[in-house]
Design a protein around this ligand. Structure first.
Ligand code: NAP
Length: 418
């Protein structure tokens, strides 16, 4: 009698479409380009994924960390996954496949668990840490999902950039009333804009970082704030209507908003009093820096607070969100460095230029293991900022790659860029 052919079992990597906030982090992180997306879903190609797990820690929601045992020949295709509204239940394996699995049939699985890989993994270390600083408080994530959003009420919405400028950036305050919504500085939330997309499906959530500290935009209130730029152009400068940003910027007091989240478990501030913060941001990427600065400000007098150094890039002073309140902060509390790129009569400057100009100070802070670095804003600044930090370190005769590894390992260097 012929023996049955061995059935190959695959531990298939899948993304949960109900939790995914379509932030693109996984697609950017994947070292082998196994992740792709359309207007509906982010999906993993079973033909390419090698289970290297590089995409798992950076995912702010955990939606990436889903696996199904399937017969390899019946793996869910990219096309299958693009059409999903929810993950399928795991199906029982055929008896001979299950037996094969026990008996050690080929089963590509996440490398972190099994060490197996379909193809040799190309390991590209992400620029930032995949762990929070050691003293960060415990974050709550995914308390509210697409299926179970929470309703918040708008209690404030005002412009924080000059009225005569192109940058229409709003500070929006949302109140949760009696409903629990615990957050930490550095976390983000998802907003579900009303209406449907071109395919008639409800819009996906859009992600925004919190601009307020854990105890509320107004201390002791169950509210939080966001920094939202009205999108009127795409990245190429062509006219485009940002669905969620326009919705948010047009909200009136007492309107209600559907919210999901919170998200994020690594881009968190240290919780020990001596910690120093180097904050590097552009435009609306200032949201988490405002949250962390305000958290520290509220601790003045109650604890020894470390040093705060801010590098903040904007086109002009009038397009720099929160310029007025920022300039009122005491200089012995925060060291503010503004990089203006289009200020008439001034040379174009980016945050990375100022990091180099303040090299001695930055180096001093980097030498202290209590220092954490946060970078938030335009994707394009990532490389420039890393180069500037490297230059600062190399100038003092130190090895950047050793320090960079330590900063990542110890959760002291964090990026949130789009
Ligand atoms: P923006 O006004 O377009 O740019 C801010 C400044 O950054 C300008 O001075 C710009 O200079 C400069 N810049 C451009 N390229 C740079 C580079 N390679 N390195 C350093 N600086 C550079 O900023 P924005 O429109 O507010 O965008 C901020 C970004 O933050 C967006 O991509 C947004 O998605 C993201 N973000 C927002 C949030 C939130 O919660 N709202 C959270 C996280 C991230 P020039 O244009 O003059 O060259």
């Amino acid at each position: 009698m012929n023996a049955p052919l061995p059935v190959e079992v695959l531990k298939q990597h899948l993304i949960d479409p109900e939790i995914c906030i379509r932030c693109n982090t996984c697609e950017e992180t994947c070292p082998v380009d196994a992740i792709t997306h359309d207007s509906n879903n982010y999906v993993v190609d079973p033909e390419i994924c090698n289970g290297c797990m590089a995409c798992v820690p950076p995912c702010p929601t955990g939606s990436i960390d889903n696996w199904r045992l399937v017969v390899r020949a019946e793996a869910y295709s990219v096309q299958d996954q693009l059409g999903w509204e929810e993950l399928p239940q795991e199906k029982p394996l055929p008896v001979d496949a299950a037996a094969g699995e026990e008996g050690g049939q080929t089963m590509p699985a996440p490398q972190a668990e099994s060490g197996l890989a379909q193809t040799a993994a190309v390991t590209v270390a992400p620029p930032g840490a995949a762990v929070p600083p050691w003293s960060a408080a415990h974050p709550y994530v995914n308390l509210y999902t697409h299926k179970t959003p929470i309703t918040a009420t708008v209690v404030g919405n005002y412009r924080v950039t000059g009225a005569d400028t192109e940058s229409d950036i709003h500070h929006i305050v949302l109140d949760f009333g009696e409903q629990p919504f615990p957050v930490l500085e550095g976390q983000s939330i998802g907003i579900l804009p009303p209406g449907v997309d071109a395919q008639g499906r409800p819009h996906h959530a859009r992600q925004y970082s919190l601009a307020s500290p854990r105890d509320g935009e107004r201390a002791g209130y169950n509210n939080l704030s966001l920094t939202v730029k009205r999108v009127t152009q795409d990245h190429g400068g062509a006219a485009a209507h940002g669905v969620c940003s326009n919705y948010l910027c047009d909200l009136a007091k007492n309107d209600t908003v559907q919210v999901i989240g919170p998200f994020g478990h690594t881009f968190l501030m240290p919780n020990h009093p001596q910690a120093n913060l180097i904050m590097i941001c552009t435009g609306t990427g200032s949201a988490p820096m405002r949250a962390m600065t305000e958290r520290s400000r509220r601790l003045i007098g109650t604890a020894d607070i470390g040093k705060l150094m801010l590098f903040f890039g904007a086109r002009t002073e009038r397009e720099l969100p929160y310029f007025g309140p920022l300039m009122k902060l005491p200089r012995d509390f925060i060291d503010i460095n503004l990089a203006l790129s289009r200020e008439p009569g001034q040379p174009k400057r980016y945050v990375q230029d100022l990091i180099r100009e303040r090299a001695a100070h930055v180096r001093g802070l980097l030498a202290d293991r209590n220092t954490c670095i946060y970078v938030c804003g335009l994707k394009g600044m990532e490389v420039g900022v890393l180069d500037a930090l490297r230059d600062v370190v190399v100038q003092s005769g130190e090895d950047w790659s050793i320090l960079h590894d330590a900063l990542r390992r110890e959760g002291r260097l964090h990026f949130e860029t789009y």
